[in-house]
Design a protein around this ligand. Structure first.
Ligand code: GLU
Length: 256
């Protein structure tokens, strides 16, 4: 099975912006094992901006775009250093890929991206993708890694896209505001009405909320890929997903 696993900032970092060591160690162990079992895995990882802030020990949120981009430049090193170090313990080789929307809109560059991904997977390397935040501006921005992960799933013909977030899945209203919100286990067929359940951004550290996850679900399912939203606090649940157990909210790929 080819799986795209997107990890949100809230899964990887503490509210200080510093890396959540226990979480990332568990995550890398489980992903390594899933690869060892014969699955192809591509990661899309957020966290660069928050980790840059954590590393620079700055308490305040970025004041402008340049600060955000500078945080990302510092944090991306920290992020890849952590992944490289921990995945090495499990004998996994990682590769960093930084993308902008422009890269994927341009057919020639898109083709190069596809070729590189194919080569990396042939070598059993674990690609770790993020938006190229230091050069991304409004015009060339994908904007959030949920959408980026869905575009990657579409372009690599993945079987499954997993979005790891700080929420268990999709509810019929915001569970942070409504304690009686009902959990939705699966969405068998995409309907545009679902976007109304989107609301706004979730945690203060990441960019995407449920809205971007639903947008991602539309892209993934229309391209024939199932998508799951799961809580990133429990990385072991990835095993249950591989075993076909119901975890989080599953959006089924469009048939035919
Ligand atoms: N690319 C951003 C980062 O690494 C995250 C974007 C998102 O939260 O979706 O910090």
């Amino acid at each position: 099975m080819k799986i795209i696993i997107k990890i949100g900032t809230s899964t990887l970092t503490h509210s200080s912006g510093c890396i959540n060591i226990r979480r990332i160690e568990k995550l890398c162990k489980v992903i390594s094992d899933i690869k060892n079992a014969g699955n192809e895995v591509i990661m899309v990882s957020s966290g660069a901006i928050a980790m840059g802030r954590g590393k620079l020990n700055l308490k305040e949120a970025p004041r402008n775009v340049a600060e955000k981009q500078a945080f990302a430049a510092v944090g991306q090193c920290e992020l890849m250093y952590a992944y490289d170090k921990i995945f090495s313990e499990y004998n996994q080789t990682v590769a960093q890929i930084l993308l902008t929307a422009d890269d994927l809109r341009n057919p020639e560059r898109h083709q190069k991206f596809d070729d590189t991904m194919e080569q990396l997977l042939n070598w059993n390397v674990l690609p770790i993708i993020n938006e190229n935040d230091t050069v991304s501006t409004t015009e060339i921005k994908i904007g959030d890694n949920d959408t980026l992960a869905a575009i990657v799933a579409e372009s690599t013909n993945a079987d499954l896209l997993v979005l790891m977030s700080d929420i268990d899945g999709l509810f019929d209203s915001d569970p942070r505001q409504n304690p009686h919100a009902n959990f939705i286990e699966h969405v068998d067929e995409w309907s545009d009405d679902l976007m109304e359940l989107g609301g706004n951004a979730g945690s203060e550290r990441g960019t995407g909320g449920m809205f971007t996850k639903l947008k991602a679900a539309k892209i993934a399912t229309e391209s024939g890929c199932d998508m799951i939203i799961m809580n990133g606090a429990f990385p072991e649940n990835l095993y249950n997903i591989i075993d076909g157990k119901p975890i989080g909210t599953r959006f089924f790929a469009k048939k035919g």
